[in-house]
Design a protein around this ligand. Structure first.
Ligand SMILES: Nc1ncnc2c1ncn2[C@@H]1O[C@H](COP(=O)(O)OP(=O)(O)OP(=O)(O)O)[C@@H](O)[C@H]1O
Length: 272
């Protein structure tokens, strides 16, 4: 039984679905502890797909009547706001691009994580503070006690993303969605954060959805890959298949575009 099963995801600006949909007929399957990469150029529908799974589609958008999103046997599309609460953030964590924008600039980052632990996890103040430092250690922040007392503006992009990852995993979710989470980081930091996600997946048995416009990024971490274009999946397969024998012309162009930028080490990692 898959952990996540998306069937015929269609998203449109028009409730009657008469207009051309923004996302059309997307099917995804992810097993417990599995990894799925979603690749595609800007505007291909990756973020809307993730937002549907998190129940945070913009209110002006509509999912189709045939759409089904099952998470651990529960049909998410039928949940009301209260029904969503145990899923969003608790069982399904998420990190996005631009971590700084998700943090309060006037509150130290440790306090922001501790607050989530208190409100959502029912921890007492002291326990929450200690647990926040533990989680900061777990996501590889050096001097976690000191970092906890710092404000977002005092931290680098990579450190902020680690803080956001700590917040995303603090309720021990089954699924973590990382939507362009490493895009704004420079290459070395990007590689470190990808390593961290792969590590967390192994240590916690987390299932991971990794979204990127960069096939090489996704192929470093994910076993399964889907390629999206214009709101549809144009190719799917293992990372190895997609890299070695891309079927769709668009995927071929992605692989070729990377030929000079590190795809070789990705091929090597997958023994292509
Ligand atoms: N609220 C909205 N209203 C109208 N169109 C939207 C809305 N949100 C997204 N779109 C459109 O839907 C399409 C898919 O957008 P989406 O954000 O999922 O793409 P993406 O692949 O994640 O791209 P990016 O990496 O740039 O975020 C795009 O054409 C986008 O312009």
């Amino acid at each position: 039984m898959p952990l996540l099963e998306v069937r015929n995801l269609t998203i449109s600006l028009d409730p009657g679905h008469l207009d051309a949909p923004l996302v059309s007929g997307v099917d995804l399957t992810l097993h417990r502890g599995g990894t799925l990469g979603i690749v595609g150029e800007s505007g291909s529908g990756k973020s809307l797909t993730c937002r549907s799974v998190l129940g945070i589609l913009p209110p002006e958008l509509y999912t189709g009547p045939e759409t089904s999103i099952r998470f651990d046997r529960v049909e998410l599309t039928e949940l009301d706001t209260a029904g969503w609460l145990p899923y969003r953030a608790d069982r399904i964590g998420a990190v996005f691009q631009d971590p700084g924008s998700y943090l309060d600039p006037s509150v130290p980052v440790g306090r922001q994580l501790a607050e989530v632990l208190r409100v959502r996890g029912g921890l007492r103040k002291r326990e929450a503070r200690d647990r926040a430092v533990e989680l900061f250690t777990e996501v590889g922040l050096r001097e976690p006690g000191r970092v906890a007392g710092q404000y977002p503006f005092e931290l680098s992009g990579g450190m902020l993303q680690r803080v956001l990852i700590a917040i995303a995993i603090c309720r021990d979710p089954d699924l973590l969605i990382a939507d362009e989470a490493t895009t704004a980081l420079d290459v070395t930091v990007q590689a470190e954060v990808l390593d961290l996600l792969a590590d967390l997946r192994e240590r916690h048995g987390l299932a991971l959805v990794l979204v990127s416009h960069d096939l090489a990024v996704v192929a470093q971490v994910c076993e399964e890959v889907v390629v999206m274009r214009s709101g549809r999946i144009v190719e799917r397969g293992t990372a190895e298949q997609v890299l070695r024998a891309p079927q769709h012309e668009y995927t071929r162009s992605l692989v070729e575009a990377h030929a000079r930028f590190g795809i070789e080490h990705v091929r090597e990692a997958h023994r292509v």
